[in-house]
Design a protein around this ligand. Structure first.
Ligand code: ADP
Ligand code: MG
Length: 712
């Protein structure tokens, strides 16, 4: 199949001579191609399925599949795959070639409608959390035709047609992250439309949640990476003394991008653009060797698909440049970790952003109603939002002296908060003589989009026309957090719609809703610095939860409240919630277990031998130097004492890990990993890091922080 780039430039992956507009989406079977390549009737039928969610007829699917295959084959594809997102948080693909034997012994390229619509991968090796009995090993993948098919192209020239799919069990239970996302999008659309209709909107027929996920990442020299088992296996350094320089000079953020990194970013952008991913912004982040990519927002399910591809492509392209891309939430102690800013809003099919303050009283009323819904939703379900961001990696950010904290609050900015407070007090804010006096607000002050008072410490910040959920971990799928946002918004909008539909005087009812929201849920608003100890105290007074660890946070998936919420909107059943809880708790325990194993191995095989070598060197030198051996003796005593400590702490870590491994119940086990194993690991790290700082560089067996962070 050659090693050609499928964009038609004739070069290998990553390079192109095509102009950006032609290059963009070159690997996507997009609307333009569908129109071009499908008979009119087929195109219309497919469009109806995509726009209105009607079911796709087999004869239509057959024609679509064939056109897709022809296009893919022209571009060098030999295989297709149903591409899905199991509960591991990664994506899965099993490639099938298009070949089918012909009568004359040759082969033809074939792709049927059935192959497009449904696949039946063996599900037994994916986590199901008890949803799938081994006897029913089969899982089913079903085409999510609202997310376009695309070609994945690797550096060696292989091209695969990817069909974005949802993944379910035989009984239709969601085994993946996409199914509940699609369900939640439908729930929020229904409820938002009811509110709009009650407020007099007669034009919108669908509401989509939209997301732009800013992705943070680190790059590290591959040669150094390969020398560190902790980076290879855990994605983070389990050991490492601080470098003499960290991020205190604040010289990295938005700093000039080094050529090598720039070459990487350009290559990355080209790969993303080809797959129709609107990579828009790239810059240096706060920590050394940390960067960010932000796309233009899109419909949530597509944004989630794209973010998975972004993470995968970032890692692939880095290798081509002799680097490794680290997506872990906290690769290095003592400097910033990585997150994902999940920008979220609601948008109608006729282009109205429902979180955009408007210029007319009607628009403002609509905006305030949706804002109120969100305040109520977040205050009522902060625990669920927090749970969706739980992972062993993210525990190093949330609740561990890093932005954002584990306490959920909403930043509105002073201007908007003032309006709400005045409304709550019943103060009229309309200009005198204003023609429309709807709810007492006829004009909102201009809310600057790029407001300089933008609060970077808030976990959930209103940023002019959208909310930015900043708790999401850099390595995690954005599906879970958006399932939560969509569903909690649906619930709050449902309640508001019910009131508005019954109201005799709609303006009065809106005002009452706004006032009640401020009164009952105003505690969730916080515009100050979220880092401070004062905020933790204040939040506790307000009764806001501060759930610092994943093990505690995950429990919120299986509370009666969560089961009722997700059940009511048919997003996740009780069983589906329990399966997720079990899987995520187990994942946490497994991750810490792996970290402990890696730490023990590195200490035994790397650090202890290095310290012993140094001690013998010192011993030799002490003998040779006689009375001048004061420094050597002093060092010997220090290294000896530390090594003694390392021995004891290693034994403790081994004992605690073995104990935790022996616990059968997974939630108890996770607690043991958190409460016993993690502290044992941190204690061991302290001594190792102290050793590192007094040992000779040439005897230290692994690259150190200044190598990893400053030598790109
Ligand atoms: P920053 O927060 O870094 O200052 P921007 O304001 O440029 O960045 O936007 C951040 C992200 O928010 C981008 O991915 C952008 O596309 C996304 N965004 C903008 N408007 C919306 C919207 N209505 N819904 C969802 N995401 C949005
Ligand atoms: Mg942002």
């Amino acid at each position: 199949m050659g090693k050609k780039c499928t964009c038609g430039c004739g070069k290998g992956g990553g390079q192109t001579t095509l102009a950006l507009p032609e290059l963009f989406g070159a690997n996507v079977f997009n609307d333009r191609l569908m129109k071009e390549r499908l008979p009119k009737e087929t195109y219309k039928a497919l469009r109806k399925t995509i726009d209105q969610g009607t079911s796709l007829k087999p004869d239509v699917a057959a024609v679509v599949a064939n056109a897709m295959k022809d296009w893919a084959v022209e571009r060098g594809a030999t295989h297709y795959t149903h591409w899905f997102q199991p509960l591991t948080g990664f994506t899965a693909e099993k490639h099938d070639s298009f070949i089918a034997p012909a009568d004359d012994g040759s082969v033809i390229m074939e792709f049927s409608g059935k192959q497009l619509i449904q696949g039946e991968p063996d599900a037994s090796s994916f986590p199901s959390g008890g949803l799938r009995m081994t006897a029913e090993a089969r899982g089913y993948t079903a085409w999510d035709c609202t997310s376009p098919a695309f070609l994945k192209e690797d550096a060696v020239g292989n091209v695969t047609l990817c069909i974005p799919t949802a993944f379910c069990s035989y009984k239709g239970e969601a085994l993946d992250k996409k199914t509940p996302l699609l369900r939640s999008m439908s729930a929020v659309s229904t409820q938002a439309l009811r509110v709009l209709k009650a407020m007099g909107n007669t034009t919108s027929t669908r509401v989509a949640s939209t997301v732009g996920a800013e992705q943070e990442y680190f790059l590290v020299e591959k040669e150094y990476y390969l020398q560190r088992l902790d980076l290879i296996t855990c994605g983070r350094t389990l050991f490492g003394a601080p470098a003499p320089k960290g991020q205190e000079l604040e010289d990295q953020y938005f700093g000039a991008i080094k050529d090598r990194v720039s070459a990487y970013m350009q290559d990355l952008d080209v790969e993303l653009w080809k797959m129709g991913i609107t990579s828009k912004t790239r810059h240096n982040e706060v920590a050394p060797a940390q960067f960010e990519m932000a796309p233009v927002f899109t419909t949530t399910n597509i944004a989630a698909d794209h973010n998975q591809l972004v993470m995968e492509t970032m890692q692939k392209v880095a290798l081509r440049h002799g680097m490794v891309c680290l997506l872990h939430e906290k690769p290095y102690a003592g400097i910033n970790g990585s997150g994902k800013h999940n920008n979220w809003s609601l948008s109608t099919d006729d282009g109205i952003n429902l979180l955009e303050p408007g210029n007319t009283p009607e628009d403002n009323a609509q905006f305030l109603v949706f804002l109120a819904a969100l305040l109520k939703a977040v205050d009522t379900n902060a625990d669920i939002m927090r749970a969706t961001c739980g992972s062993s990696g993210n525990d190093h950010r949330l609740g561990a002296n890093e932005a954002p904290p584990a306490i959920i609050s909403v930043f509105l900015g002073d201007a908007l908060s003032d309006i709400l407070i005045k409304l709550a007090k019943g103060e009229k804010m309309a200009k005198k003589g204003a023609a429309f006096l709807n709810i007492g607000v006829d004009s909102l002050p201009e809310l600057p989009k790029d407001n300089t008072d933008r609060n970077r410490t808030s976990p959930f910040a209103f940023t002019g026309n959208k909310f930015e959920f900043r708790m999401v971990g850099s390595s995690q799928s954005i599906s879970g957090p958006n399932v939560a946002l969509n569903t909690i918004a649906a619930e709050a909008l449902d309640e508001i719609a019910t009131r508005l539909e019954k109201a005799k005087d709609i303006n009065k009812e809106i005002l009452a809703i706004l006032q009640e929201t401020v009164k009952n849920h105003g505690r969730i608003i916080f515009n100050g610095n979220n880092y401070t100890a004062e905020w933790a105290t204040e939040a506790a007074k307000r009764g806001l939860a501060n759930t610092r660890t994943t093990v505690d946070a995950l429990k919120s998936f299986v509370t009666p409240k969560a089961i009722k919420l997700f059940g009511k909107y048919k997003v996740l059943s009780k069983d589906e919630l329990h399966s997720r809880y079990d899987i995520y708790v187990e994942q946490y325990a497994k991750h810490i277990n792996i970290e402990a194993q890696v730490a023990m191995q590195m200490v035994k095989r790397r650090f202890i031998p290095a310290a012993i070598r140094f001690m013998s060197e010192l011993g030799t030198s002490i003998n040779a130097a006689g009375k001048y051996a004061t420094v050597q003796k002093d060092l010997l005593a220090q290294v000896g004492a530390l090594l003694d400590g390392v021995g004891k702490k290693l034994a403790k870590l081994e004992a605690e890990t073995a104990k935790a491994q022996g616990i059968a119940k997974v939630d108890k086990q996770a607690m043991a990993f958190r409460d016993q194993v993690m502290p044992a690991l941190s204690a061991l790290r302290q001594d190792i890091d102290s050793l590192e700082s007094i040992m000779p560089g040439d005897l230290w067996p692994v690259p150190v922080y200044s190598d990893l962070l400053f030598k790109l």
